[in-house]
Design a binder for this molecule. Structure first.
Ligand code: SF4
Length: 181
């Protein structure tokens, strides 16, 4: 089965790629993540994803458009929360490319992370699949989270400290002042 796998970053793709190859899938990667902030971090994650692809002999298509304004506008206006538009924006592009290029299905490395909104990713993947007319391959890659971390360390890949957007960067580092200050 010919699968287009959305790659959110190199480290997160480590276990899904291993698992999919062992299960007989013929995998091509697809990097599309305009949510990542700032641009230097985006570039670093893109370079890491390329490094991962090269070390794993993985063909990877790179969509390096950095649609920051579009992402921020959608995130601010999101009625279902910013992660919902963030997942949909990325998965829709992957589904469209997969459909246009005769892949059998698509999936995403986001499904490996216990820090992501797993059920929401599944729900959005299935909705996009129906709307774009190509199957979403749902697999709970979280079973291999620890193994994936170990592989990424073996490969000496850069591991990012926050999810990606400017809001997640704030959540990671900002400590509100104590009351009264
Ligand atoms: S927290 Fe992560 S998934 Fe949610 S909007 Fe930010 S980058 Fe996207």
């Amino acid at each position: 089965m010919h699968m287009l796998l959305h790659i959110c970053c190199g480290p997160c793709a480590a276990f899904p790629l291993k698992h999919l190859r062992e299960s007989g899938y013929d995998v091509v990667g697809y990097f599309y993540n305009p949510n990542i902030h700032p641009y230097k971090e985006f570039s670093r994650r893109l370079e890491t994803a390329k490094e991962f692809a090269s070390k794993m002999d993985l063909k990877m298509i790179v969509d390096s458009r950095y649609l920051l304004d579009e992402f921020l506008r959608s995130a601010f206006n999101a009625s279902n929360g910013r992660c919902s538009v963030c997942y949909e924006m990325r998965l829709r592009e992957v589904a469209r490319f997969a459909k246009a290029n005769q892949f059998d299905c698509f999936s995403t490395s986001l499904l490996v992370s216990p820090h992501q909104k797993h059920e929401l990713i599944r729900e959005i993947g299935e909705k996009v699949a129906e709307e774009e007319g190509i199957p979403f391959c749902y697999i709970d890659f979280r079973i291999g989270w620890t193994e994936g971390v170990a592989i990424s360390k073996e490969l000496e890949l850069y591991r990012q400290p926050y999810c990606g957007c400017i809001f997640s960067e704030k959540d990671r580092y900002y400590k509100p002042p104590k009351e009264g200050l």
